[in-house]
Design a protein around this ligand. Sequence first.
Ligand code: 8YV
Length: 351
Amino acid sequence: ITRDIGEKALKILEQERSDLNVYLQIWSEPRPADRDWLLRHIEGASGVLIMLSEKVDEEFLEAAGPSLKVVSTMSVGCEHVNVPALAKRGIKLGYTPDVLTEAVADISVMLALMATRNAAVGMKVVASGEWPTYPWSPFSFCGPQLSTLSPSKPSPKIAGFIGYGRIGRATARRLAAFGLAHVIYASSTSASLASSPTPDSLPPFPPNPTPDTAIEVSLATLAAHSDVLFVLAPHTPQTHHIVNNELLDLMKPTAVVVNAARGSLVDSDALAAALREGKIFGAGLDVVEGEPFIEKDHPLLKESNCVILPHVGSATFETREAMATLAARNLLSGLLDEPLEAGVDMSQYLN
Ligand code: 8YV
């Protein structure tokens, strides 16, 4: 186990299944497990519970040897695991979908509000002590309004999604409460600017739009019409830098980008330039390319209207405990040769 997973999850492993003599090796320091430690202790192990920071690659699997039956990751993302290599060896892979959906949807909405309402600028003004002398006018700190409810009833805004899976839909359900029910999306597996670079006009929305009536559009159309562009897709070769110069060029100057997925979906340099040049209004990022190695002079930190959080989308007590306990149950089931409660379907990797 490569991190302190909390008492509840540990108890599952230590007590729940007395028929299994579980012998645990735990890296409990609050930093990624040293690779040497990991390679040393994985030898002869039957299962491993890891975080996003631990790479499971050929070297790791060779060090583990034939005893390894299950890899359980405390994450919904599995890009740190060489899944085909696991499938080839008949090793199961557990992950933690669903339990983090609501927390990540919450933070996506929070980032959308922070980006549209200029929170980064406001917080800097307060923290630096500039507030008393800040040249205030009725329009300072203003940003575009997300909510289209009364009393002012501004024209409806459009929420766009790159990837419209569990977290996207949960985000759209929250936005509906703000009167933001016009939802468009581009599929993260097929969308590309290269194949269809020119935006189309939007097809008409149904009279009472809901998150379930979201309209699939091309990536270019999505970029051109979204007031908030949510990036909520896995990182794959297809989605790497899907938010790039070309896409940002198509966006409205009042629009914001929210990324609560993976940093590498957004080209940081292109986003920083777009913010600097006023191509878009702002950005709310829970993840950044190259994290956590974000230097003080990172281009995005120089941009005034860019909120950056240290990858805390799933960081609520409730969600992290649910992730840890699910990861522990997945590990245990794997050790017992039982089906995993949340296991990746390995059959698609076998051919
Ligand atoms: C966490 C995540 O930061 O689950 C994921 O894929 O990115 C986040 O929920 C992380 O997994 C905690 O280990």
